[in-house]
Design a protein around this ligand. Structure first.
Ligand code: GDP
Ligand code: IMO
Ligand code: MG
Length: 424
């Protein structure tokens, strides 16, 4: 039995949702371990489309128990809306959806602060999703956070909100010149959501330990991507959590020694939403072509995604950082029709060639990508499910990436739907 972590190997939106959905029919548990409703994971099957933000992508395929781990920050109101949407689609979460007692809660003031802080940063804004992620993790590490377990006792909840509002109202009134919030209103705003979530809150850490003991298959679903990691990404243009394999352990309670597979998901090209460095970004018609063909618009905010060629220097760093031992390549079909495809195989920084991904912003911003040009293919590969049906130039493109990284692809995705997949 395996404990496999699925990690975004770029700046998010690599197709993690599609792949977790695909793999979940063989899993006993599917676990989200970090991030919050900043994630937008798109699933397509049987002519249905669903975008999940908080519920693990294992909910539609098979019968795995779906767990929101301790490392996730949960907006109770957003989660309840999502649960209702899933139920309206005719899927049941009954008896197979669990929320960690120790996951932190995103309160309406976290969302408000996220948006006000971004506005105040002006030209230096991170370009966050505005879902309250940063401020909620700030509350957590400042040790004033409210956890899911606190929702179960309204007296404790009231006390904690009261306490928090002292600082928050001070900032709202004095820094942002906004009206203050009051505890009664917040409690009332949350009450319906709390009632629905109460029975789902439990000790998921122990549940997963029991699963490991009983040789169950566990699939851990990362949100965001490694280059958005708060420690290892393009800081400060990152999210506030650890979307890496290390983060999977911290955010679930599963020990590192229990992990058997670390799967990285990469697109056949690169995208990024929000601000921050992007060495291979294409601001020309080729970038526009990728955005159009790949339908590159944010699943959470609808913002157009920035597009560029595949960056193997960044990808190699990500593979090493996570200890990835298997890879999935998504959106191969988007490369159809390109006469030539470029891949970045080294960087030039201040005229010096390197294949080491720089860690500091000023260096990353100076990167000039050095490209290797590979031949493209004319025919459409959309929906292909057999390796042998791929044009030889598409096969060579895949082999070139594997050789550079020293890790093999086990899944190639040729379309957004669950079955548009080559399993190797
Ligand atoms: P996630 O956040 O990593 O789950 O990815 P998103 O759902 O935000 O973005 C990936 C987008 O690409 C979604 O619209 C998917 O439906 C779509 N997608 C996934 N795999 C493929 C693929 O192989 N080909 C195409 N054309 N689209 C894909
Ligand atoms: P999935 O799971 C792509 C980006 C935001 C912004 C930065 C910080 O769908 O891959 P935040 O709201 O987290 O404080 O924003 O991170 N970002 C994502 N980009 N996919 C995501 O999630 C993202 N979640 C956050 O655009 O640049
Ligand atoms: Mg996404």
């Amino acid at each position: 039995m395996s404990t496999r972590v699925v990690i975004g190997a770029q700046w998010g939106d690599e197709g993690k949702g599609k792949i977790v959905d695909l793999l979940s029919d063989k899993a006993d548990f599917v676990v989200r371990f970090q991030g919050g409703a900043n994630a937008g994971h798109t699933l397509k099957f049987d002519d249905k489309k669903f975008v999940l933000h908080l519920i693990p992508s294992g909910i539609f395929n098979g019968n795995a128990d779906c767990v929101i781990g301790n490392g996730v920050v949960i907006d109770p109101i957003a989660l309840v809306e999502e649960i209702k949407d899933v139920q309206e689609m005719g899927f049941s979460l009954e008896g197979r959806f669990f929320i960690s007692q120790t996951a932190h809660v995103i309160l309406p003031y976290h969302k408000l602060l996220d948006q006000l802080k971004e506005k105040r940063r002006g030209g230096d804004a991170i370009g966050t999703t505005g879902r309250g992620i940063g401020p909620a993790y700030v509350s957590k590490v400042s040790r004033v956070g409210i956890r899911m377990v606190d929702l179960l006792d309204r007296e404790i909840l009231r006390e904690k909100i009261d306490q928090n509002l002292k600082d928050i109202n001070f900032a709202l009134q004095n820094l942002y010149k906004e009206p203050k919030l009051n505890t009664d209103d917040l409690m009332a705003e949350l009450e319906d959501a709390i009632q629905l979530l109460e029975p789902l809150i439990c000790n998921t850490t122990n549940m997963l330990h029991e699963g490991i003991k009983n040789n169950k298959s566990i699939l851990l679903e990362g949100a965001q991507g490694t280059l958005l990691d708060v420690d290892h990404g393009t800081y400060p243009y990152v999210t506030s959590s650890s979307p890496t394999s290390g983060g999977a352990c911290i955010g679930s309670g599963i020990p590192p020694t229990a992990l058997t597979n670390v799967m990285g998901i990469t697109k056949a090209y690169c995208t990024r939403v929000g601000n921050g460095p992007f060495p291979t970004e294409l601001l020309d018609e080729t970038g526009e072509k990728l955005r159009k063909k790949g339908a590159e618009f944010g699943a959470t905010t609808g913002r157009p995604r920035r597009c560029g060629w595949l960056d193997l220097v960044a990808l190699k760093y990500v593979v090493q950082l996570n200890g990835m031992n298997e890879l999935t390549l998504t959106k191969m079909d988007v490369m159809d029709g390109f006469e030539e495809i470029k891949v970045c195989t080294s960087y030039k920084i201040d005229g010096k060639k390197t294949d080491v991904f720089p860690l500091c912003l000023d260096e990353i911003e100076k990167v000039e990508p050095v490209y290797t040009t590979l031949p493209g293919w004319k025919n459409s590969i959309e929906g292909i499910t057999d390796w042998n049906d791929l044009p030889s130039t598409a096969q060579s493109y895949i082999r070139f990436i594997e050789e550079y990284l020293g890790v093999k692809f086990t899944i190639i995705s040729t379309g957004p739907k669950r079955n548009e997949t080559i399993v190797l």
